[in-house]
Design a binder for this molecule. Sequence first.
Ligand code: ADP
Ligand code: TRP
Length: 354
Amino acid sequence: MLIRSLNPTMSARLDLALLWRCTAPVNLIALAPMRILSGIQPSGALHLGNYFGMMRPAIDLQEQGEAYYFIANYHSMTSLFDANQRRKNVLDVALDFIACGLDPERCVFFRQSDVPEHTELTWMLTTLTPMGLLERCHSYKDKVAKGLSPNHGLFAYPVLMAADILIYDSHVVPVGRDQKQHVEVTRDIAIKFNQTYGDTFVIPEPRIRESTALVAGTDGQKMSKSYGNTIEIFGPEKPLRKKIMSLVMDSRPMEEPKPDADQNIAIQLLKLVGSTEHAQECEDRLRAGGYGYGDLKKALFEAYWSYFEPMRQRREDLAKNLDHVEEVLRLGAEKARSVACAVNRRARQACGLE
Ligand code: ADP
Ligand code: TRP
């Protein structure tokens, strides 16, 4: 069987943890085993920024606590308006994440909309969120500046994200640097709720891996699906080779020494996908002069292609059995929902809805 469901030990551990969490006061839950949570939007093909900024750190953390990872399809509604595309993207993200090493036996992996309590909690939080807090969010301001026509969902999105995090009593949220502010907004909202209605939520912390907090795209800016400058993790070889070969470089002649070699995009990417020695050797050659950008890009492509080779293989196998992927998401949602219902209930009681 390609993908197995949550193993019994994991299930039993989660059930016990859940039982305890349903009854324990929030200040004790804050001391419980580390709960890790993160989400990723199914808004397009995943890229090196997603992989090194969020997926890899999240996969590494799944060994260190109770991890909850989800596909943020409610969030994708703020910028993607094609229903079939959304359905397809969800499965693609699931395949990508599992192929890259997310282990559904070690963590709870689910589709956000299978746990509709996220949206009810969002409403409760919305009523305590000052407009100014959302108006200051860089991600919103950047998207508007790039010409995206904003809807209310895009503006209110950090509140949905706060609900995603708080509804699992999460302690730690692994994300890339661009999401740090949203986790800070979450903390502000949780503190305000606790002050207004009494201790209800655990206050979470962002976990950012500094070395990969901001991966540059083909144009040197932050790599992002919305900026059209991505290098995807998976996809057919030819166009990906072409993308890497067309990375933007300067016009200095080959012979000229490049004292700023460490700033070169190809070198920076090579440091992620290649061995330390190989990346250092290429950087030294560039610094010395006489090493052409074409050769450097070829070296980068080879390193990138072989880095993802085992994952590419695993993805191909998984894609032959989409029913299993659906089953993993269904089982994950069952687990997630039992936690989310308990915390949502705690919030309903705290604010007098029950
Ligand atoms: P995108 O900007 O491409 O739409 P998302 O907003 O879906 O990416 O990001 C998903 C996760 O990947 C987030 O945790 C985000 O911080 C991380 N991430 C995205 N782009 C980068 C990048 N260029 N460098 C580091 N992390 C990134
Ligand atoms: N906003 C995140 C992004 O665009 C995705 C996300 C949604 C998320 N809910 C979350 C990340 C909760 C961490 C925790 O990348």
